[in-house]
Write a protein that binds this ligand. Structure first.
Ligand code: 5AD
Length: 310
């Protein structure tokens, strides 16, 4: 309990005690950690959960990440939404009172460039909306064009802060360094940025998770997205065990205490393991991202097993 109180008041904790919080078998301590995070969250954001309208605009991806269901070498019917379809998704979200759109897709530089006029149209149609993009690593000139067109935020998970582990999750020449360079450039361009890691990815140690916490503490991103690793069929990691929901919840709670004002979604990957979005919200998350992708394409955005059953 004392560790939780220290974390809460000082927003920090040395490695040893932090690791102990992450691994404790004392259920009362784990519960206190989550309750404290929820309380801090409520004191900052009140009782409201913020909603984002998620538009999965394309599953075309140039990368071949070993864990991901959208990896380029996986057989999967690929799609791109048209500009009109993307706008129609935003319209549906807006009609439900949602003023923040998240346009997400596989990493596809040519496709991303085609989104520039779409972002412009969204900006013109809803001047007060917040436009969040999640399109992977792109040429800096494309980031600049998207920002110029009116985008406000960019989600780019770092996946792991450990360069060696990063190398085990992604084929060469993909590197953590270039991921971080993108995040830095996005920030320089005036985007609010989102970072985050997969919890329990194959080969990850508890110490690796500490490295993630320290990286996030250091960068202080406006948004933090974390979820457990969930194996996907027809990927190199199909037989690896999933990450732990409990560890994910504790990390979420720790991050809420470290960065009280961060926007933290209760992610779908977490919901796959816990059976719903409630557990994340109870551990300090304050955002949910309902999906507005058209029914016809939704199932093709097939990141991990169970995604479509939440
Ligand atoms: N399990 C959990 N999360 C995954 N992602 C991709 N594949 C998986 C998986 N098998 C997440 C990654 C990435 C985003 C596209 O989805 O964190 O950033």
């Amino acid at each position: 309990m004392e560790r939780v109180n220290t974390l809460r008041t000082t927003r920090n904790l040395p490695d040893g005690p932090l690791l102990e919080l992450l691994e404790t078998t004392d259920k009362a301590v784990a519960r206190y950690l989550k309750e404290s995070a929820r309380e801090v969250c409520r004191s900052v954001f009140g009782n409201e959960v913020q909603l984002r309208g998620l538009v999965e605009w394309s599953n075309v991806c140039r990368r071949d990440c070993y864990y991901c269901g959208l990896r380029r070498s996986r057989a999967l019917p690929r799609y791109n939404l048209t500009s009109a379809q993307i706008l129609a998704c935003c319209e549906k979200a807006w009609a439900k009172g949602i003023d923040t759109f998240v346009i997400q897709g596989g990493e596809n530089p040519a496709g991303a460039l085609q989104l520039v006029p779409v972002v412009k149209s969204i900006r013109e149609r809803w001047p007060g909306a917040i436009i969040t993009l999640s399109l992977g690593e792109l040429p800096f000139s494309t980031y600049a064009a998207l920002r110029e067109a009116g985008a406000n935020r960019y989600l780019l998970r770092h996946e792991t802060a450990n360069p060696a582990l990063y190398g085990r999750l992604h084929p060469a020449p993909d590197a953590l360094e270039s991921r971080l360079a993108c995040l830095q450039e996005l920030r320089r361009l005036g985007f609010q940025i989102g970072m985050g890691m997969m919890v329990g990815s194959p080969g990850q140690t508890p110490e690796n998770l500490l490295e993630d916490l320290r990286l996030i503490q250091q960068w202080r991103p406006e948004m933090i997205g974390i979820g457990p690793f969930i194996p996907q069929e027809d990927t190199p990691f199909t037989h690896c065990p999933p990450g732990s929901a409990e560890t994910t919840l504790r990390l979420l709670a720790i991050l809420r205490l470290m960065l009280p004002t961060a926007l933290i979604p209760s992610t779908t990957a977490l919901a796959v393991l816990t059976g719903g979005k409630e557990a994340g919200l109870e551990a300090g998350a304050n955002v949910m991202m309902p999906v507005f992708t058209p029914e016809t394409e939704k199932r093709k955005y097939d990141l991990y097993k169970g995604k479509h059953h939440v």
